[in-house]
Design a protein around this ligand. Structure first.
Ligand code: ATP
Ligand code: MG
Length: 301
């Protein structure tokens, strides 16, 4: 089975691409068939981190139907354990204007990729496209910096993601779906209240939609004296969004990351003993365990 892992954040520049490229590298090194898909609209740069400066094809070619299938835009990085990458597009307009049908076609093609693990870099922010790509993952990872502004953006990103998840759980032709579709919401509580007033019992259904939504939290560029109060953050998210955010790990601020970037080699390959690389390796080990659980669950059903 293929497991899809998406990575997102409220604010830009939190280290998503750096983390995802390193995870892709480590998972491929452990023998998994890995495909990294760069869905960052307007800011796609994952291929650069591997020194692939001029990819022959990008997702734009798939969206423009210059190629027949998504497989035609896959590049295999033989120097990095055969890791596969689908470079993103520099063509902002094409992807920003993606229609619903085009997005569905892209998501269907991603789910048909021949890989054990598909990693989706969805970019920053909470546009509909970004949220839909983020929510399409079997596992979601959220990255935040420890600063209060980044935490605030992280919280609103999660809030919008949960709202989108709940809205998506109501079929568009249902009464509740039709009512909800016409509104703009600023909190999950508002969605629940309107759903329940349209149809008694709808709140429960909405809450159930969040049952399996447990985005994993990564705090990046962690510095000793700015330690985030993780317990408080988790309590806040549990109370107001009704979801649990398990912690996947913390990555320290580390100059090795910039040095690796300049060498176009993942820090986990170039400086495996650096503090950041060790923290990322621990995160990868946790993900391997989660992947094992997925394969056990799928083989027992
Ligand atoms: N732990 C760290 N220590 C030092 N520098 C870091 C660390 N994590 C990331 N960086 C640096 O921060 C910058 C942003 O990282 P990256 O591009 O991965 O972020 P991003 O979340 O993908 O950004 P965007 O939202 O723009 O796509 C890069 O220059 C990267 O080298
Ligand atoms: Mg990025």
């Amino acid at each position: 089975m293929t497991v899809t892992i998406s990575i997102g954040s409220g604010k830009g520049g939190t280290g998503k691409t750096m983390l995802l490229c390193n995870l892709a590298f480590l998972l491929a090194r452990s023998g998994k068939k890995v495909c990294l898909v760069d869905l960052d609209i307007g800011g796609a740069d994952a291929h650069i981190l591997f020194g692939l400066f001029e990819p022959k094809h990008t997702i734009t070619d798939f969206l423009n139907r210059k190629v027949d299938t998504l497989k035609d835009v896959v590049h295999t990085l033989y120097a990095f354990n055969g890791l596969q990458i689908i470079p993103g597009t520099g063509n902002t307009l094409q992807t920003a204007n993606m229609s619903y049908q085009e997005k569905q076609r892209l998501l269907r093609s991603i789910s048909a990729l021949d890989a054990d693990v598909v990693l989706l870099d969805v970019g920053a922010g909470a546009s509909y496209h970004t949220l839909d790509f983020f929510m399409s993952g079997d596992i979601q990872i959220c990255v935040t910096l420890p600063e209060p502004t980044s935490i605030m953006d992280f919280y609103s990103f999660l809030q919008l993601a949960t709202i989108r998840k709940v809205l998506g759980s109501f079929l568009s032709h249902s009464d509740v779906g039709n009512t909800l579709k016409k509104q703009n919401f600023s909190s999950l509580a508002e969605v629940f209240a309107l759903a329940e007033s349209t149809q008694p019992g709808a709140k429960k259904k909405a809450q159930q939609a969040l049952h399996y939504f447990h985005p994993l939290l990564v705090i990046n560029r962690d510095i000793q004296n700015t330690k985030v109060n993780k317990k408080k953050l988790k309590q806040l998210v549990a109370k107001y969004l009704g979801i649990d955010i398990p912690s996947l790990g913390e990555i320290p601020e580390d100059t090795a990351i910039k040095d690796a970037l300049k060498a176009y080699i993942p820090v986990c390959e170039l400086y495996p003993d650096s503090p950041a690389a060790k923290a990322i390796a621990q995160i990868a080990a946790k993900i391997e365990k989660i992947l094992e659980l997925f394969s056990k669950t799928s083989s027992s059903t």
